[in-house]
Ligand binder design. Structure first.
Ligand SMILES: [Mg+2]
Ligand SMILES: [Zn+2]
Length: 174
């Protein structure tokens, strides 16, 4: 049976948004990340990071740098809160170098990353939630059929914890 997921943007949502982080030292957790992610997992959500990483296509970091960041993030979060999977888009339609300069279906706001995760991991978007700090995160999740899509970092939803609480309350509504 398809499982519910929490689709989480990475930069500005789970970790500080330093533009085009390259080194693992630049990966720093935002307040509440461990608690919120472990709570979501306890509630049965598969934890999936979905992130635009055009810095790869722009030549500012390599796929290998990004993999090291993903492993470092898992260490920082610890076993109870480490993501189950990470999906990223390395492309950009105009600013990236070949072979990354393409109009792809995975760069948010397109829904490709969530669609791929859903198919590969057996997830149920209709029972899932998504949180991001940009409008394109919300657009992407809506387009993929995710039921509760919340933008954080706003006056009314300042933190990841507030966003998770709002998303859970939306999911619990009939
Ligand atoms: Mg972001
Ligand atoms: Zn892409």
């Amino acid at each position: 049976m398809a499982r519910p997921a929490a689709f989480l943007d990475r930069d500005g949502t789970v970790v500080e948004d330093v533009h085009y982080a390259r080194n693992i030292e630049q990966i720093r957790l935002l307040p509440g990340a461990v608690q919120v992610l472990s709570d979501l997992r306890r509630r049965g959500f598969v934890l999936v990071i979905v992130t635009n990483q055009s810095g790869i296509g722009r030549g500012l970091l390599t796929e290998s740098d990004f993999r090291a960041q993903t492993e470092h993030l898992a260490r920082l979060l610890g076993p109870a809160a480490a993501p189950d999977a990470t999906y990223y888009c390395p492309h950009h339609p105009t600013e990236a170098l070949p072979p990354y300069q393409v109009v792809c279906r995975c760069r948010k706001p397109s829904p490709g990353l969530i669609e791929r995760a859903t198919a590969e991991l057996g997830l149920d978007p209709a029972r899932s939630l998504a949180i991001g700090d940009k409008e394109r995160d919300v657009e992407c999740a809506r387009a993929a059929g995710v039921r509760a899509c919340v933008r954080m970092g706003t006056e009314s939803v300042p933190t990841l914890a507030a966003a998770a609480a709002l998303a859970l309350s939306e999911l619990s509504r009939e």
